[in-house]
Design a protein around this ligand. Sequence first.
Ligand SMILES: N[C@@H](CCC(=O)N[C@@H](CS)C(=O)NCC(=O)O)C(=O)O
Length: 201
Amino acid sequence: MKLYDAARAPSPRRVRLFMAEKGLQNLEVVQVDLSKKEQHSDWFKGINPLGTVPVLSLDNDIHIAESSAICRYLEELQPEPNLLGGDSDEKAMITMWLARVEQYLWLPIHESFRHSHAFFKEQTQITAWAPYAKQQAEKFMLFLDNHLSQHDYMSCDRFSAVDINVLCVIEFARVIDLRIDKLVNFLAWHERVKARPSYLA
Ligand SMILES: N[C@@H](CCC(=O)N[C@@H](CS)C(=O)NCC(=O)O)C(=O)O
């Protein structure tokens, strides 16, 4: 197996943390240099035509793109410690939270970044969209802060892939100057997840 990674990008970080939690760390890692647009090179487009990282390439030449699909594969490969749900109740709840976080946090943060940051200046940017998208993310952050006033973790009252996904996107959100500084429950959760050894992966 080979992981196509980009050290500073948030989506590959999801996979690295997921692997670290499972102790899956002995695989080949290839860094794709996003600043040099290596993701759009012919060789990488042969691996993922959409030109995004992460990608997990299997020994049978299957290339899995999308961090959620990679994590699903890794969970099947090594079920413990469980991160995507044990019984059907947990699987449903974690899937629900993953979908919420993807739609109401990752998407607006990415959109705000995409339409305001110099990294995308060669593409069409609708600058007025950026603050609106940021506001949408802020709304969901308040929802999460409220949820965390009753719970230590994002889903099922235990650490799961949902915590990994929120951690990666919320730390990335600094690039659009979006922070959890004033959200006390969110901050406490952040300290809790930062204390895990996987944090440095
Ligand atoms: N939904 C995808 C998002 C992948 C993605 O957008 N990756 C970014 C890095 S975080 C990327 O490769 N960007 C390169 C570009 O947009 O040119 C996933 O979860 O894997």
